[in-house]
Design a protein around this ligand. Structure first.
Ligand code: SAM
Length: 321
């Protein structure tokens, strides 16, 4: 059973250590393992990591990406929920003193980062998130790390192509939505490359993409997010109505809604889905919206809870093997 601890992980390791021992990859945990070395190389190259760089990986699985990161001298924290995979990646990372596995769900409760993950990155100021992300976790994880007081400077992640498209979508198209606004306000993104199902085992039904996100210096401050989250939810609930119509219904006063839009130079007949992320931020920071948000929060805290505001992020379809 034992593996030479410095072995570079490959698929025969998985067959020998996991599949041979009765391990069945979990669809719920997005256990579609990357086995194409070119895809792994693309992730590592896009991350542009110097030796000593601090890196968080979520879902090391059998350690195929973790090994490459650790071998480049990164200070690596790899958070794995599945104890069998945590044990295997601990063995893979054993020769690297700067790398460790944290056995935990990356998310804590429904829509928060887990405490062990937060503790691991607490002292980091300049760090990267580099991962082949499990499908069900990708959107909430990226949205949540983007609003940390010290967010990752760079994110390079393999995600479902549909999620990549939503992360990078410009205003006006069908992919543009709450996730696009929340992430694009914090990051400038690009698609590194597409990856077909054949790069994974088991094969997912959908295509994937590697995205690279670089932190913006002009991102919103931490305290800007709650009113912004509420505004994003309100406007996207009726994305095809006029922005005036939606705000009038929410604010309960046509004149306040009209003044709010006029003060931000936004045409009242525009549809919410056509507003650039920066417009969402400007509206959310307008005193009229801040007053409304504070009153709503005082009268019904559930209406402005982060749980509600990121509900959409947990609804990714899962691939089937
Ligand atoms: N990094 C490996 C690779 O590239 O082959 C595995 C990636 S696989 C897509 C996703 C990994 O995330 C699995 O190891 C799975 O057990 C783990 N995982 C799933 N949900 C998780 C969660 N909520 N927190 C931490 N790890 C999770």
């Amino acid at each position: 059973m034992s593996t030479p601890s410095s072995e570079r992980p490959n698929w025969s390791l998985v067959e020998r250590e996991l599949l041979g021992g009765g391990f069945h990859p979990s669809r719920r945990l997005g256990q579609n393992f990357l086995r194409d070395p070119r895809a792994i190389e693309s992730v590592v190259a896009a991350a542009e990591l110097a030796p000593g760089a601090c890196v968080l990986e979520v879902g090391p699985g059998y350690g195929v990406l973790s090994y490459e990161l650790a071998a480049r001298g990164c200070q690596l924290v790899a958070v794995e929920i599945d104890p069998r995979l945590a044990e295997l990646s601990e063995r893979i990372l054993a020769p690297f003193p700067g790398a460790r596995v944290v056995r935990s769900d990356a998310l804590g409760g429904k829509h928060a980062l887990a405490k062990p993950l937060l503790a691991a990155v607490a002292g980091w100021r300049d760090w990267s998130l580099v991962a082949n992300l499990p499908y069900s976790v990708a959107s909430p994880l990226i949205a949540l790390v983007a609003r940390l007081p010290a967010p990752p400077r760079r994110i390079v992640a393999t995600v479902q192509l549909e999620v990549a498209e939503r992360l990078l979508a410009p205003p006006g198209g069908g992919d543009f939505g709450p996730l696009s606004v929340r992430v694009q306000l914090a990051y400038r993104g690009s698609l590194v490359r597409r990856i077909g199902p054949g790069a994974f085992s088991p094969r997912p039904e959908v295509d994937s993409g590697i995205v690279r996100l670089d932190l913006r210096d002009d991102r919103p401050a931490s305290d800007a997010w709650p009113p912004l989250d509420r505004l994003v939810d309100v406007l996207f609930q009726q994305r095809r109505k006029s922005v005036l119509g939606v705000l009038r219904a929410e604010l309960g006063d046509a004149e306040v809604a009209r003044d709010l839009l006029a003060s931000q130079g936004i045409a009242p007949e525009l549809r919410p889905e056509r507003l650039a992320p920066e417009r969402f931020l400007a509206l959310a920071q307008d005193p009229a919206w801040c007053d409304h948000f504070a009153r709503s929060a005082a009268s019904d805290p559930r209406r402005v809870s982060p749980e509600e505001s990121r509900g959409e992020a947990r609804q990714e379809p899962e691939p089937s093997e």
